[in-house]
Design a protein around this ligand. Sequence first.
Ligand SMILES: [Fe+2]
Length: 270
Amino acid sequence: MKIIQITDTHFVPPGRTLYNLDPAASLRRIVADINERHADADLVVITGDLANDGDEDAYRLLLDTLAPLPCEVRLLLGNHDDRGSFRRVFPDASVDSQGFIQSALTTPDGALRLLFLDSHEPETTGGKYCPARLGWLATELAKTPDVPAVIFIHHPPFDAGFAHFKHIGFHDPEPLMEVLRAHPAGIRHLFFGHIHISLSGITECGISYTSGRGASHQFIVEPKNPRPWWSAGTGPNYTVITQRGGGLRAMHVDTLDAQPLAQANECLGP
Ligand SMILES: [Fe+2]
């Protein structure tokens, strides 16, 4: 299965820009690149902060911009989003019985269970995961106790190590981590956004993770600076996740035109 992760699109209403960038133009570039190089993708996941101010005009522009994608798209919410506005523009989005934007699916080969979590809390920049959402997650994990799970969520449920996110990371992540740790088959990997910086690692309890960098604006990496600078970074980007059985690999892709310097030889070994 081929999954594309895009994150933090931060759409604004038509005609507006954000940090001198046009988030819709960034996503159009990403969509075109996916269609050109990864038209065989099975699923596109956007891990939250879909719209910068949660307004319906921005969500409608997002809907139009995603239209050329040939595969299913799952949208998650981040702190910048508005659940009500989102649901009015995307009435067919997968929701749980409580109205949270949460869903699950099993990979076609049955090897992994993919879980898409909603860590958005109104008026809160950091992530939250309330008892109602925990109940949904525990129920979903219990349906397939023998199948390892992969988590997609906006906020990383652990300390990512950046001063800017010290107070806006994940509020009280322990109940969520407790449910994840209790899954008999284990959590194979966790994909998230929120930090606008490329990060990979493994939690103290042994869950490996990868972040997306942000589809439009990214942080200049200054871990100790509580006020780091926004930049265009490496430009519009996305992550290609290839799954086979219980294995995953994540490849970060930049869409800016690179200046070719020399063509490499085809290396046939040894
Ligand atoms: Fe964001």
